[in-house]
Design a binder for this molecule. Structure first.
Ligand code: GLU
Length: 420
């Protein structure tokens, strides 16, 4: 028997959520399959004169609530199943936050670290050339994801502008500020998670001095460590792809960020009471809040039982496998689920898109304030739903989102409407 696809596993959340709502069967029929997935082989000229090709995808999962929205990742293991699953999660994430978007996602199968800067620019532009018919400010709006950044978004927006013959900044979000990006987009994923934890802190028993461990020290990991540290929480462990560091009294976050920028956080091990640990050991560190901020599936059946944290904040997409989710529920661990916890990124992407369309730009305070309000409102609604129905926060988040998706799908007419 072949293992179920990643999308099949993700769809169990849809079925589980549907049980809690009185929705038309049309809704599940519509949300069970990705609407459109395009696969292209990108060809670029390398610096040594050779030609090289890379597989690339863009999936528009569902656009009932608006144009599809979601990032583009550059990763050596990307594949169609992963892209479709991430697009499914985006569909629910946008509905959780009540953004007027459907869900999409894109990827290129490449290790961007081995490309030169000029090759990276050619690849980014080639992606837009190939997918320019699919994307558009009212159709499908990309953004950064794993191993893509604001500079890449800037190249992509520029390529799109030259294809359509006019500046169209709203086609892509996460751009550099100088090219129509929004203030507050760079730390938005972490900041959204931070506002959520802060708002639910009393319910979670999380207070200044509580200990935090961060798995993955890219954009989201660095910013959450910085924000929590500034509020008096103790960041006791951090890991990146080369390994981790641990210090029960708390790590110096500024030094961690400097070390990561120079290569890896592991260079801090050995001085000032900082101990080297492996990435695997980070998961089982004695702490109150564990923040997975790296990749999918890093917390699985093999290591979930070792988790000592009482709370998990999912800043990565899909860091906990369904089996691990059950193990954590059995241990009483409270999981703040990805489609809520990391939704700050796409929420500020929405703010960027609104600003681009208005041609009127907000202050960082405006962005933070609107993000805070959205995270608190949706977070509180999901917390309440979970308490009332005695279900996990993950299931409550799916129920909350599915109710919005269902009312949009049903507004076109239900089966009952058409036969009566
Ligand atoms: N890639 C981010 C995510 O997974 C952001 C998507 C966006 O801003 O559109 O949520």
């Amino acid at each position: 028997m072949t293992a179920p696809s990643m999308l099949a596993q993700a769809l169990t959340h849809l079925e589980d959520a549907a049980v809690h709502l009185d929705i038309d069967t049309d809704v599940l029929e519509k949300l069970k399959y990705p609407r459109e997935t395009t696969q292209v082989r990108l060809m670029i000229r390398m610096d040594d004169g050779s030609r090289k090709s890379f597989m690339a995808w863009r999936c528009r999962y569902d656009d009932t609530r608006g144009p599809t929205k979601g990032g583009i990742r550059f990763h050596p293991e990307s594949n169609a199943d992963e892209v479709e699953t991430l697009a499914f999660w985006m569909t629910f994430k946008c509905a959780v936050m009540n953004l007027p978007y459907g869900g999409g996602k894109g990827a290129v199968r490449v290790d961007p670290h081995v490309l030169s800067k000029a090759e990276l620019e050619r690849l980014s532009r080639a992606y837009i050339k190939a997918f320019s018919r699919i994307i558009g400010p009212d159709r499908d709006i990309p953004a950064p994801d794993v191993y893509t950044n604001s500079m890449i978004m800037g190249w992509m927006a520029d390529e799109y502008a030259s294809i359509v013959g006019e500046a169209t900044p709203a086609v892509i979000t996460g751009k550099p500020i100088a090219l129509g990006g929004s203030l507050g987009r760079d730390d938005a994923t972490a900041r959204g998670g931070y506002y959520l934890v802060r708002h639910l802190a009393a319910n979670l028993g999380f207070k200044p001095g509580s200990r935090v461990a961060v798995q993955g020290f890219g954009n989201a990991g660095q910013h959450i460590a910085r924000l929590l540290k500034a509020d008096g929480y103790r960041v006791v462990a951090v890991s990146d792809s080369r390994g981790g560091v641990y210090c029960p009294d708390g790590l110096d976050v500024d030094r961690l960020i400097a070390a990561k920028q120079a290569g890896s956080v592991t260079s801090l091990a050995g001085s000032g009471g900082v101990k080297a640990i492996t990435g695997e050991e980070l998961v089982s560190v004695d702490c109150d809040l564990l923040v997975p901020a790296a990749f999918e599936g890093l917390i699985g059946a093999g290591n979930a039982a070792d988790i000592r944290a009482g709370i998990v904040l999912e800043l990565a997409n899909g860091p906990i496998t369904p089996e691990a989710d059950e193990i954590l529920a059995g241990k009483g661990v409270v999981v703040l689920p990805d489609i809520l916890a990391n939704a700050g990124g796409v929420t500020v992407s929405y703010f960027e898109w609104v600003q681009n369309r208005q041609g009127y730009y907000w202050t960082a305070e405006d962005v933070h304030e609107r993000l805070r309000r959205s995270m608190e409102a949706e977070g509180a609604a999901i917390w309440q739903l979970a308490s009332e129905r005695r279900i996990s926060l993950r299931r409550a988040a799916y129920v909350h989102a599915l109710a919005r998706l269902a009312s949009a799908i049903e507004a076109h007419g239900t089966q009952q409407f058409f036969i009566s």
